[in-house]
Ligand binder design. Structure first.
Ligand code: B12
Length: 211
């Protein structure tokens, strides 16, 4: 791995916000692309943090400071990732489902969709079915994108789809879902229209659903 990308990776794993910021700026300055910083440095670092948590080496506070370092880096990368966006491609309401506070992956999907020319309304995390529905009505969006990182909150994706049906909106809006525990077969099982395992494939799915 490139030295700068390794420094970014280490900084996120160690939760060293200042060092991550510094190395991200330097990497951009030396011509390393924002997408390499994201895909080679930042995302694998968060996967490592998850592994350390699973093995009992890290606890919630460590996860939190790593997440802060990752978020800070993403804020710096945002303008670079948005460069070269294409024309308006569709309207998406996105959020992490009720009971779930994990928003890093959702933020990435949101960012990539924006970069690909979608108009994105980001409702944040812990989003109830009612909130998704109110936002679809208000913005006239054609896609709801839901994220879940906890096996215990995945059920709230199905609850949102049921609420859409009850509101008479199911045939007006496509539903796409994702997040580490979510699979294609789960998406089919709950009647979602699309699933993607990562942010770049989320863009392809959103394009297909808007066609
Ligand atoms: C950071 C983190 C936290 C942070 C979150 C900070 C934040 N603002 O997001 C904090 C410390 C708050 C946290 C809390 C908890 N966490 Co946590 N957390 C993580 C960790 C380490 C990383 C998640 C992450 O950001 N990954 C990086 C991003 C880029 O990846 P991603 O989210 O998967 O997103 C990508 C794809 O999934 C996809 N995607 C995501 N969303 C969407 C949406 C759509 C529509 C599409 C198409 C695609 C898509 O694209 C993204 C980009 O490529 C994971 C471990 C892991 N390996 O996932 C545990 C993990 C998710 N947490 C876990 C747990 C248990 C918890 C707690 C319950 C811990 C506790 N005891 O309190 C709490 C729950 C709080 C709550 N109510 O939500 C478990 C979940 C286990 C399970 N099976 O349910 C995990 C898996 C850790 C573990 N191995 O045990 N956590």
């Amino acid at each position: 791995m490139d030295e700068k990308l390794k420094a970014i990776y280490d900084g996120v794993v160690e939760g060293d916000n200042a060092s991550v910021q510094q190395h991200v700026q330097e990497a951009l300055g030396t011509g390393i692309s924002a997408s390499d910083i994201l895909n080679v440095g930042l995302i694998p670092a968060m996967a490592e943090v998850g592994r350390l948590f699973e093995e009992g080496e890290y606890f919630v506070p460590e996860m939190l400071i790593s997440a802060r370092a990752m978020k800070g880096a993403m804020a710096t990368l945002k303008p670079h990732l948005l460069q070269g966006g294409v024309k308006y491609a569709g309207k998406v309401v996105i959020g992490t489902v009720k009971g779930d506070l994990h928003d890093i992956g959702k933020n990435l999907v949101s960012l990539m969709l924006e970069g690909a020319g979608f108009q994105v309304t980001d409702l944040g995390s812990d989003v109830t079915a009612e909130k998704y529905i109110a936002s679809v009505k208000e913005t006239g969006s054609n896609i709801i994108a839901m994220s879940a990182l906890l096996t215990t909150t995945m059920v709230n994706m199905k609850a949102t789809i049921t609420a859409l049906e009850e509101a008479g909106l199911r045939d007006k809006v496509k539903v796409m879902i994702g997040g580490a525990p979510v699979t294609d077969s789960f998406a089919k099982q709950i009647g979602a229209d699309g699933y993607a395992p990562d942010a770049s494939r989320a863009v392809a799915v959103a394009r297909a659903l808007s066609a």
